[in-house]
Design a protein around this ligand. Structure first.
Ligand code: FES
Length: 130
């Protein structure tokens, strides 16, 4: 039997959906890096978010995390994107994740050397980027 809307709403509440200020997507697909490299980065991301109390948390740095199979860039991975800033990162191997979490997610300073694209949401009026 399919879960009811109330069941899913209760699950969302347990996950603190509605409390997050950011959402990080990390690609662990095999077209932009090996699955092993992607999963190693994912494990470090999970641990770093938990260690800094950013995951399943509230507050201005609260961050939801999702691993995905492809972000359609398919080169130079692991590819990672952070919303709502829409900051796209390349080469996010496990060794880079702690610095990313601290500087971008905690301090609010993207690491420009690793950023290759931007798509903030919502875009400024008329789709013009700043
Ligand atoms: S497999 Fe990672 S972006 Fe496509």
């Amino acid at each position: 039997m399919d879960p009811t809307k109330d069941t899913l709403a209760a699950m969302a509440g347990k996950l603190l959906i509605g409390q997050f200020h950011r959402h990080v997507f990390l690609c662990v697909g095999e077209a932009c890096c090996s699955g092993e490299v992607g999963m190693a980065a994912w494990e470090v991301l999970k641990n770093e978010l938990k260690a800094r109390n950013l995951s399943l948390a509230t507050g201005p740095a609260a961050c939801y995390r999702t691993k995905v199979g492809c972000l359609r860039v398919c080169a130079g991975g692991p590819i990672l994107v952070v919303y709502p800033e829409g900051t796209w990162y390349m080469g996010m191997t496990a060794d880079r994740i702690p610095r990313f979490v601290q500087e971008h997610l905690v301090d609010g300073n993207p690491i420009e050397d690793w950023v290759f694209a931007r798509n903030p949401l919502p875009l400024p009026a008329d789709g013009q980027s700043s």
